[in-house]
Design a protein around this ligand. Structure first.
Ligand SMILES: [Zn+2]
Length: 589
């Protein structure tokens, strides 16, 4: 395993500026929403401090825990104390709600006490505990505060007593507890937390869940984990499970787990990933579709699925050291996840389709505009905790090298065995592909930099087999990545995209919006002229639309050339979008 290094991201860079916005706008917004959406009242009512009815989904407590985790990483990043009193208040509240057995989950305690550990397929109790554990570990690790950790460990103790070895066999309908228990083990060194994570992974696929009409695949309970080589069912559940399984491999070294996770990863990323780094092609059951089933307009593409995949891919990167995993993380950060929150940091997409039809208005499943919050609010606090933690995904250490996975304006403290001082990375990436690297201090003799060469920039730079270019960082070293715009096609088996191209530039996926087209030009009549090199202005022709829905199979006639602007997919919908497309038909097919 490659131990991660923490990078301090500069507010002058894209990712650092995003972290700043996260701290100044997104986290405060989430804290306000915890109050207005009823999440905190759900806790208060259990202990008689509120007369309000329970609000939200059964797992609403996890919204609070994700926001606490975001606050924790933000304290670790900036040292802020602005939320100390808020943490006192909400952690005190969680502590009062925790009962004498260690149990704390407001929907069960306050609404359906008879369902306690009785309907694991739907109650999300271990899922919620998983988020509590992650928040508690983050707070202890990043802010040196262990009050929430004590609460989380009391609940975990109960889980051991109820579901530990020799006790009841049970797994949660929504994976999350597995990765959380491994992290708790890493933090406390308690072997039994790792054992419990292993037990829950081993018990999956044995039919313990009463899966009903959703079927076992929805819950990834159709096959034992070691036999499940393709991603199925609810996308977020599969991806969180995979993060947990890869975590288990990282601690136990069990080769069979890594081998099956490699197969899963190839299945997801070669057959089921949208170009924006999004997952889940069906609204129904929030599911991965079949292989190559990637419709742009009907994409579910939940923000949480991209975040879950990032967690998993990061663990695969630490396990293998191969750049393909960091390539995908970059795709997710700069596209699907970037699109999920607006420039104000306070409005969010839940679903991230790659096409909006002009006549579509399905507020429930595909809103035209980002919303301040959602009835199921899993995504916004998930974005907040991820962004606060961006600095953890930039670099890691090797035996005799510093590995750079993500390019961003940042300073990275050198660990003692690699040198002393700071590795400075100066760049306006991805605006340009120029990255300047220098050491303030010194590297231990023989230590090199291993720089990820993205798969789209393989021209002049020839990396080693793992996708990293090894260099000796002489003063003034510059990496030049090729960020010229390029056309991308999908595999021909993706029926929904056959005959289409998308514009990419560096890690950025572009789209065309109806709102930026000339009056009278319909986005659905555009045909890209791929004989003209791509640029921010696309040269297109307009299809002369026939009158009927079907006609004789002759080549469609098009008009003369027209230039239209493309914008990053991440920014779409910010100016009252009426329609949008990432993929457009090409004129050479
Ligand atoms: Zn979500």
């Amino acid at each position: 395993m490659l131990p991660p290094l923490t990078a301090k991201l500069s507010p002058h860079g894209v990712l650092g500026a995003w972290q700043q916005r996260n701290a100044e706008a997104t986290i405060p917004h989430c804290i306000t929403q915890l109050e207005t959406s009823g999440v905190l009242d759900n806790f208060r009512r259990v202990v008689g401090e509120s007369g309000a009815a329970y609000r939200g989904f059964v797992f609403a407590d996890s919204d609070l825990y994700k926001v606490i985790e975001a606050v924790a990483w933000e304290i670790g990043r900036s040292g802020t104390d602005r939320w100390d009193a808020w943490l006192d208040e909400v952690i005190g509240l969680v502590g009062r709600v925790q009962d004498s057995t260690g149990y704390v989950m407001t929907w069960i305690q306050g609404v359906h006490p008879e369902k306690r550990f009785a309907e694991l397929e739907w109650t999300h109790e271990m899922y919620v505990l998983g988020h509590l554990i992650q928040a508690a570990v983050a707070l202890d690790r990043a802010a040196g505060r262990d009050d929430l950790l004590r609460i989380a460990r009391r609940f975990t103790d109960l889980l051991h007593r109820h579901f530990g070895p020799g006790r009841e066999e049970g797994v949660c309908g929504h994976p999350e507890i597995e990765t959380a228990l491994v992290e708790l083990y890493r933090h406390t060194g308690e072997e039994r937390d790792l054992t419990l994570a292993q037990r829950m992974i081993d018990l999956r696929g044995l039919g313990l869940l009463k899966t009903g009409h959703f079927g076992a695949q929805y819950f990834q309970d159709h096959l034992p984990v070691r036999q499940a080589r393709t991603a199925v069912g609810h996308a977020v559940r599969q991806l969180y499970l995979n993060a947990g399984v890869t975590d288990l491999y990282l601690e136990t070294g069990e080769k069979e787990l890594l081998e099956v996770q490699r197969a899963q990863w190839e299945n997801v990323h070669q057959r089921k990933m949208y170009i924006t780094g999004a997952y889940g092609s069906r609204h129904r059951d929030e599911a991965f579709g079949d292989d190559y089933e990637l419709p742009s307009d009907r994409a579910y593409a939940e923000t949480c699925a991209s975040i879950a995949d990032l967690h998993w891919s990061w663990r695969m990167l630490l396990a293998t050291g191969e750049s393909r995993y960091a390539d995908v993380i970059e795709r997710e950060i700069h596209n699907a996840i970037a699109a999920s929150v607006d420039a104000s940091g306070t409005r969010f997409f839940y679903s991230n389709p790659l096409q909006l039809r002009p006549d579509r208005y399905d507020e429930e499943n595909a809103p035209r505009e980002r919303a301040a919050w959602y009835a199921c609010a899993c995504c916004p606090p998930n974005v907040a905790r991820l962004v606060a933690q961006f600095g953890a995904y930039v670099a890691s250490e090797g035996e005799d090298e510093v590995r750079i996975h993500q390019y961003a304006d940042a300073d990275i403290d050198l660990p003692a065995h690699l040198g002393e001082g700071v590795l400075e990375m100066r760049t306006d990436y991805p605006s340009s592909g120029t990255v300047e690297l220098s050491v303030r201090g010194r590297l231990t003799p023989g230590v090199r930099l291993a720089l990820r060469i993205p798969d789209w920039s393989r021209g002049a730079l020839t990396p080693d087999e793992d996708g990293y270019l090894r260099v000796d960082p002489r003063p003034g070293f510059r990496l030049e990545l090729d960020v010229r715009p390029r056309w991308t096609r999908a595999h021909p088996r993706v029926d929904a995209l056959r005959g289409c191209v998308a514009l990419e530039r560096g890690p950025i996926v572009y789209c065309v919006e109806q709102s930026s087209l000339p009056e009278g030009v319909a986005i659905d009549d555009l045909v890209i002229d791929v004989t003209v090199p791509p640029g921010p202005e696309l040269t297109v022709h307009l299809v002369e639309a026939p009158a009927g829905l079907y006609q004789a199979a002759e080549r469609v006639t098009t008009s003369t050339a027209l230039a239209v602007p493309a914008v990053p997919f991440a920014t779409w919908g910010s100016t009252g979008s009426r329609a949008m497309r990432v993929w457009l038909p090409a004129n050479d097919l």
